[in-house]
Design a protein around this ligand. Structure first.
Ligand SMILES: Cc1cc2nc3c(=O)[nH]c(=O)nc-3n(C[C@H](O)[C@H](O)[C@H](O)COP(=O)(O)OP(=O)(O)OC[C@H]3O[C@@H](n4cnc5c(N)ncnc54)[C@H](O)[C@@H]3O)c2cc1C
Length: 92
């Protein structure tokens, strides 16, 4: 889980640095968002599993994190749309 979060963070920072340097990064932004959402799905699911039934209860922070995680794959462009953008840029 920590490795996935670290990989996701490094990817995001690399893309952000290139944008700061004035480079166009449309495909890479979509890749970073799609990958980060994938990591977030996996990590919140695994965290919930570690907590067992407690992870399902509202009294547990992990339950809130799992719920909040859902919006990451929807808001600001869904993962499906990110994939469409990536495919368009790879094929062009
Ligand atoms: C809590 C919350 C806060 C939000 N805040 C904002 C905000 O501040 N500003 C803002 O602008 N919007 C905001 N939104 C809206 C959000 O950006 C949209 O919900 C999101 O873009 C998806 O649009 P939709 O809900 O109409 O789903 P739809 O467009 O109806 O899509 C439904 C499903 O079909 C898939 N889909 C759609 N088109 C394609 C396609 N061509 N190929 C493959 N799959 C496709 C989608 O990926 C999705 O899984 C918010 C939404 C929520 C829930």
């Amino acid at each position: 889980m920590a490795t996935l979060v670290e990989a996701s963070r490094e990817f995001l920072y690399r893309v952000a640095a290139k944008i700061d340097a004035g480079e166009k990064q449309i495909k890479e932004i979509s890749m970073a968002k799609n990958f980060s959402c994938m990591v977030s799905d996996r990590v919140t699911y695994d965290a919930s599993q570690i907590f067992g039934s407690c992870g399902y209860l509202r009294t547990c922070l992990v339950e809130r994190l799992c719920r909040d995680n859902r919006i990451l794959s929807i808001g600001g462009g869904t993962r499906e749309i990110m994939k469409e953008i990536i495919a368009k840029h790879i094929s062009s």
